[in-house]
Design a protein around this ligand. Structure first.
Ligand SMILES: Cc1ncc(COP(=O)(O)O)c(C=O)c1O
Length: 535
């Protein structure tokens, strides 16, 4: 809860709310972006099953001799189908279509999930990834057969080098966190090699407290001790803080830029110089590259190593834990430490080249998540260049930043914004104003679902009280942003005038509020039939 003195510094929203647009209180009908979730309980396919029901029946075959089944040895032929669902074709179709409609996706509505960059995935990416000659390749074919695939990957590496300024790239890592691991292993290999030649032992990595949770986890996995530094009053790391912890044992810094408060680390150049002064390396977590790509080359800021989340910046799909790709770029003298093999170009074409003895080893089966590489490259090439010769990536990142600032501007009278300065691709609000009415971030997020939106990211970053992190991305129209802001203002009004409606939300969704604590502590991980139980 807020202290009394802190509460008195917060603005009163009631006056502002009187002038703000109003909406009817029939949430689900208000939003044309609502995913039209079928509001009925869906049994499992086993529960629909009825003995003897079949999906289709064909007349007996007259070509048994050549039918594939005839060639399967009887020993291997299944005769007992008990336990399989027995359902008609239309039941199967309806069941799975209904399930698919329960999903919320970027194709069904605005997805303001901060830190995740849920931008629209253009369908041309899918078209290209499905081209047979690319989709049907086998990774064990010889590299002469794989030339088209290697060309795709090589070109992607080259473009990533161009936009980051880092000359050497590996596409092997299959996620952002995987990229962090590879980057830090390369940093460790670099220092280990120098220590063998008599350099001081490096044991620590500086990690700001606004870091993505994967950063400290990665440092620990690689065997480094973490030296935390606090974010300053302006939401960025101050130079003095770095000077305070600088020592010869510092192996480097791991800094997310733009950081998880959605702000550009304004002292990054000076901080990089300080890190280099103790022969440390600068690792930039480039997962938020969407905000600056095309405008700034991280190498120009002093960055030595960085990963990029292709699934955030370059419009490839996100899934639960994948399918992702987190390529890592390094400065030239660190190339030897990248995982083996690398894709290189020589006079006769593209080659899968094993690295020398310094490499950190293979980190992925084959050459990474190839179909994601195709999609990312398609996205970059399909944007093309602007008249002045720069790429449309610059326009894209600018639009992402403008959209986030538009939301910041529209909501700042109704929600507390801890760092109310020009933000990058995402804006972070807090629940400090609404807390006076006993309403917390979680309630606001749940109420947003009543209006048909996927909630924003909540309680992250940890350093912001009741954080609500909103990332609109560049893909959205002004009308979509306005509608979302109108809903957020309406919720702010409800918090003032009718707090119970927010506290009990969601009430217009297929599932009402679930007991999240119980779901965490006592998860039911095994399905047991509710009807037609045979066991
Ligand atoms: C700043 C930052 N770093 C690292 C990651 C980890 O990426 P991944 O989820 O692909 O492992 C994310 C994920 O969104 C991120 O936002």
């Amino acid at each position: 809860m807020l202290t009394e003195s802190a509460a008195s510094t917060l603005p009163s929203v009631s006056e502002k709310l009187r002038k703000a647009p109003t909406m009817e209180s029939k949430p689900n009908l208000l939003n044309e972006t609502t995913s039209r979730v079928v509001a009925q309980e869906e049994p499992t396919i086993f529960e629909i099953s009825q003995p003897g029901r079949v999906g289709f029946s064909l007349p007996p075959t007259t070509i048994e001799e050549t039918a594939p089944a005839a060639k399967i040895p009887s020993l291997l032929l299944r005769t007992d189908f008990s336990g399989f669902p027995e359902v008609s074709e239309n039941e199967v179709v309806r069941h799975f279509v209904r399930l698919s409609q329960k999903n919320y996706s970027i194709d069904t509505g605005f997805y303001p999930l901060g830190s995740c960059t849920m931008k629209y995935n253009p369908k041309i990416n899918e078209e290209i990834a499905r081209i047979e000659s690319l989709a049907n390749l086998h990774p064990f074919w010889s590299s002469s057969f794989l030339q088209p695939a290697l060309a795709v990957q090589y070109q992607l590496q080259e473009l990533l080098s161009e936009v980051t300024g880092l000359p050497a790239f590996t596409l092997q890592p299959n996620a952002g966190a995987h990229g962090e691991y590879v980057g830090l292993k390369a940093i460790k290999a670099y220092h280990d090699a120098k220590e063998k030649l008599g350099a001081p032992k490096k044991t620590k990595i500086i990690v700001p407290d606004s870091a993505h949770g994967t950063n400290p986890a990665t440092c620990t996995m690689v065997g480094y001790e973490i030296v935390p530094v606090a974010t300053g009053p302006k939401g960025v790391v101050e130079v003095e803080e770095i000077k305070r912890v600088l020592s010869p044992e510092i192996a480097g810094i791991m800094m997310t830029n733009p950081n998880t408060c959605g702000l550009f680390e304004t002292h990054i150049v000076e901080i990089a110089k300080l890190i280099h002064s103790v022969d440390g390396l600068f690792y930039m977590d480039g997962a938020n590259f969407n905000a600056i790509v095309g405008r700034i080359k991280p190498a120009d800021l002093g960055v030595d190593v960085m990963h990029i989340n292709l699934h955030k910046t370059f419009s490839t799909p996100h899934g639960g834990g994948g399918p992702g790709s987190g390529p890592v770029g390094v400065r030239e003298d660190l190339r030897v430490y990248l995982p083996t093999p690398l894709i290189v170009k020589n006079k006769s074409g593209y080659e899968i080249k094993e690295q020398g003895p310094e490499n950190i080893g293979r980190v992925s089966g084959y050459l990474g998540n190839f179909s994601i590489h195709i999609r990312a490259l398609t996205y970059m090439l399909s944007l093309g260049s602007t008249d002045d010769g720069s790429t449309y990536l610059k326009k894209m990142s600018s639009a992402a930043v403008v959209n986030a600032n538009y939301i910041r501007h529209r909501l700042k009278d109704f929600y507390h914004i801890p760092y109310d300065v020009l933000c990058m691709h995402e804006v972070v609000l807090s629940d400090e104003i609404q807390e006076r009415k006993g309403i917390k971030t979680l309630n606001i997020a749940k109420r947003l679902m009543d209006y048909g939106y996927h909630p924003m990211t909540v309680y992250f970053p940890l350093i912001i009280h009741g954080a609500m992190m909103i990332e609109p991305t560049e893909s959205e129209t002004k009308e979509t942003l306005d509608r979302f802001c109108d809903v957020m203002i309406q919720i702010a009004r409800e918090c003032e005038e009718n707090p119970d409606v927010v506290l009990s939300a969601p009430t217009h969704t297929f599932r009402e509020r679930v007991d999240e604590l119980r779901a965490q502590k006592q998860p039911r991980l095994r399905w047991t039939p509710l009807v037609n139980s045979k066991s």
